[in-house]
Design a binder for this molecule. Structure first.
Ligand code: PGA
Length: 228
């Protein structure tokens, strides 16, 4: 079983959610498919499809205008939450410490966090990929509980660029070796129906985190079908 997790980012209407969930419902797959929706689409009928969120507060509750707590997420039926996505780290200045707090808060409320890590192009070009992702990993993961790690090179997100197979295996194996307990490790960044099966066949890769190609059923379904 491989994880195939869609991240809709700041996209999607009620109608688009409804139509995607209906097409997913009809699909036979042994993979674990999860759709990480914007907060506005988490409530309502999910047709038995597993739903996740894309962020969560690092606080329990209280005067944090605009934030959503893990308890509130749990209320919507969300089972997963992405934490520390590179867009959150970049545009909202989230540090490893905050990401760890968010992951811990999710676990405390029965939600599985998907902890994202990944190097920039500059870090890759200067040969620092492994050191960078190990530090991000060890500072961002919760101290206990069940979680997923997503290795997403920043330069591969939304660019159409992907690392080579040997770059992926080196990075993902270093994550595997650094983890205190074995947890699923996903790859993310410009995944599509043409590269999905090759990427999930790489040792230590337990699934995929998919942005752009998860938005429409005509690009998302072929990925799910292609992953054996
Ligand atoms: P992408 O995004 O598939 O559009 O590259 C991946 C992600 O940001 O999780």
């Amino acid at each position: 079983m491989k994880f195939i997790i869609g991240n809709w980012k700041m996209n999607g209407s009620k109608e688009e959610k409804e139509s995607m969930l209906k097409s997913l419902k009809g699909l036979k797959t042994k993979n674990k498919v999860v759709l990480c929706l914007p907060f506005t689409l988490l409530c309502g009928e999910n047709h038995g499809i597993t739903i996740g969120a894309q962020d969560v507060s690092n606080h329990d509750n209280g005067a944090y205008t605009g934030d959503i707590s893990a308890k509130m997420l749990k209320d919507t039926g969300a089972e997963y939450v992405i934490v520390g996505h590179s867009e959150r780290r970049l545009y909202h200045f989230e540090t490893n410490e905050i990401v760890k707090q968010k992951a811990t808060m999710a676990i405390k409320n029965g939600i599985i966090p998907i902890v994202c890590i990944g190097e920039t192009m500059e870090e890759k070009n200067s040969g620092h990929t492994i050191a960078v992702i190990k530090k991000m990993l060890l500072e961002s993961i919760p101290d206990s509980g069940e979680y997923i790690v997503a290795y997403e090179p920043r330069w591969a997100i939304g660019t159409g660029l992907t690392p080579s197979e040997s770059e992926i295996v080196t990075a993902v194996k270093s994550v595997f070796d650094a983890l205190p307990n074995p947890m699923p490790i996903l790859y993310g960044g410009s995944v599509n129906a043409d590269n999905a099966q090759d990427i999930v066949s790489i040792p230590y890769v337990d699934g995929l985190l998919i942005g752009g190609a998860s938005l429409k059923s005509d690009t998302f379904l072929p990925i799910i079908k292609s992953v054996k």
